[in-house]
Design a protein around this ligand. Structure first.
Ligand code: G
Ligand code: G
Ligand code: MN
Ligand code: NA
Length: 253
């Protein structure tokens, strides 16, 4: 409860910030995943792994998630005016509770309209658990947002229990190969088989695929040989503050 109060104050006082981890395809940075950071005045950086679960439980994820959407859309609108950055996509993580609240779709549309961002540049990362909670509601919301160009990635793919029947029905654009499979892809034949299977599944369903948690050149090469050409991970960069991210894009692209 102390942390909850701290978070409310932090949100009001601008202590939250988005970091940007580049996503690479065929050697070029095509976009970023926005990752939330809390710069606590006494405790320093607090990881989202610590405060997101608490925010979900307390309901604070609703104002916090709304802030993230607005901040991400403002960033997209700024990039759209800048040569070299205008083509970047931005992926935003969405919590189950945030997605399933009544006002989610209007919230996204308001963030787009309020900033002037193009919905075609916005991607939402959903988790398997979220998609299975209320399938009809999920399909309905995804369909509405797709009408504005918004894309959907399935995050942490393979770690939950997605049924292939659902996967077929959901209007997704992309699967993300979870970093737990990427980590040992060169040494664990099961992980290698899973990575290849996710690529094959994505391809046969007409979806794009991206690997996360790529840390070594050998992992990147293995994935590319397995026809996964999009990736993110420490091999290129950890999540960065915006100025550093923009400098990296200008240097690489
Ligand atoms: O950035 P990483 O460093 O530590 O993130 C840890 C976890 O927090 C990941 O599971 C990530 O998806 C989640 N996360 C990061 N930013 C956000 C956000 O803006 N919203 C939600 N719902 N989860 C986030
Ligand atoms: O759950 P989600 O996939 O959104 O979380 C992304 C998390 O993965 C963040 O905590 C981010 O900091 C972390 N991350 C990003 N790249 C790498 C990497 O190459 N290796 C490891 N170990 N973690 C990474
Ligand atoms: Mn993610
Ligand atoms: Na993930």
């Amino acid at each position: 409860a102390a942390m909850e109060l701290d978070m409310r104050v932090g949100l009001a006082q601008g202590q939250f910030e988005l970091y940007y981890q580049p996503q690479i395809e065929h050697g070029r940075i095509t976009g970023a995943e926005a990752l939330l950071r809390w710069r606590h005045p006494q405790q320093g950086f607090i990881s989202p792994a610590q405060f997101i679960p608490m925010a979900e439980e307390s309901g604070l994820i609703l104002p916090l998630g709304e802030w993230v959407l607005q901040a991400a859309c403002r960033r997209l609108a700024q990039w759209s005016q800048q040569p070299g950055l205008a083509e970047l996509d931005l992926a935003v993580n969405v919590s189950p509770r945030q997605f399933h609240q009544g006002g989610f779709v209007p919230q996204v549309l308001a963030a787009l309209a309020g900033s002037g961002a193009d919905g075609h540049r916005l991607k939402l990362e959903l988790t398997e658990g979220l998609l299975l909670e209320d399938v009809e509601d999920t399909i309905e919301k995804m369909g509405q947002l797709r009408g504005y160009g918004v894309g959907f990635s399935l995050d942490d793919f393979g770690t939950g229990y997605s049924s292939l029947a659902y996967l077929k029905r959901l209007p997704l654009d992309q699967l993300k190969i979870d970093q737990s499979f990427v980590r040992d892809v060169l040494t664990d034949p099961n992980d290698a088989a899973i990575a290849r299977t996710v690529v094959a599944l994505a391809t046969s369903l007409g979806l794009r695929v991206i690997a996360e948690g790529v840390e070594t050149e050998a992992q990147r090469e293995f994935l590319a040989r397995s026809h996964c050409h999009a990736w993110q991970g420490f091999l290129l960069s950890p999540p960065l503050a915006v100025a550093e991210f923009e400098a990296l894009v200008r240097r690489i692209n």
